[in-house]
Design a protein around this ligand. Structure first.
Ligand code: IMP
Length: 200
C-alpha cells in the first residue's frame, strides 16, 4: 500500500511549500484537500491556532481515512492584547483593509510597543487520534505603512529585524527559510517521516 499523506488545505501556496519541504519523503504520495472536494471545509472557531489545526486534521483524517496534516496561522499584536489572533483572516473583509485597519489601530503606538508575531500551529492526525503537533513563530514589529509586494496577507506591515525590511519586501525563497510555517514544518518533519514509516 502506498504511503499517503493528505494536506488539509486548498491553498496552493501552502501545498507547494509543504510538498517542497517534505520532498525527502521519497515514495510518499502527497494529496491535498482539492483531491477530496466532497469533504466540507471545517469552520475554524477554536480559541487557539492549535485547537483549529487539531480539529481540521482530525476532520480530514476521519473522512478520508488517511494520515492528515493541517495548519492554522495568524498574527498576534501585543499592543492589541493579541488581536487579530485566530480572527486574522476575518479582521476586515480584504487583505488591504486588514492591513489598513491594523495601521490605524496602532497609530500613536510607540516603536518599542509595536511588537508582534506570526504563529503557525500544525497537527498530524490518523482517524480518531492526533499523532503529533508542532508550532513555529516569527517575531517582528508592525510597520507605520505598507511596504513591498511579495507574499500575502499581513506581510507588507510586518517588519522583520533580521531582514531589515518588511516581510513583503523579501523574496519568497527568503521568507520560506524563516517563516512561522517553515519553522512549524521543520519541527513536524521528523514526526511526519516516522508516522509515514520513512527513515530520513
Ligand atoms: P490560515 O492559516 O490560512 O487560516 O491564515 C489565517 C490568516 O493569517 C491569513 O488569512 C493571513 O491573513 C494571516 N497569515 C497567516 N500566515 C501569514 C503569512 O505568512 N503572511 C501574512 N499573513 C499571514
Amino acid at each position: 500500500m502506498p504511503r499517503q499523506l493528505l494536506l488539509a488545505t486548498r491553498n496552493d501556496g501552502k501545498v507547494r511549500e509543504i510538498r517542497e519541504l517534505i520532498g525527502v519523503a521519497k515514495g510518499a504520495e502527497i494529496l491535498s484537500a482539492a483531491d477530496f472536494p466532497e469533504i466540507p471545509e471545517p469552520f475554524e472557531d477554536g480559541a487557539t491556532f492549535m485547537d483549529n489545526a487539531r480539529s481540521k486534521a482530525l476532520c480530514y483524517a476521519e473522512q478520508s481515512g488517511l494520515l492528515s496534516l493541517a495548519d492554522d496561522s495568524g498574527l498576534i499584536v501585543d499592543a492589541l492584547g493579541g488581536r487579530p489572533g485566530v480572527m486574522s483572516a476575518r479582521y476586515a473583509p480584504t487583505s488591504a483593509e486588514r492591513n489598513n485597519k491594523l495601521l490605524v489601530e496602532l497609530e500613536g503606538i510607540r516603536d518599542n510597543e509595536r511588537t508582534a508575531r506570526f504563529v503557525c500551529a500544525m497537527a498530524l492526525a490518523r482517524p480518531g487520534r492526533i499523532a503529533a503537533t508542532a508550532e513555529g513563530v516569527l517575531e517582528g514589529t508592525i510597520e507605520r505603512e505598507s511596504r513591498g509586494s511579495h507574499g500575502f496577507g499581513y506581510d507588507p506591515v510586518f517588519h522583520v529585524a533580521e531582514l531589515g525590511c518588511a516581510l513583503a519586501e523579501a523574496p519568497a525563497a527568503i521568507k520560506n527559510t524563516i517563516s512561522h510555517r517553515a519553522k512549524a514544518l521543520q519541527a513536524m518533519l521528523p514526526l511526519l517521516l516516522r508516522e509515514l514509516g520513512i527513515t530520513p
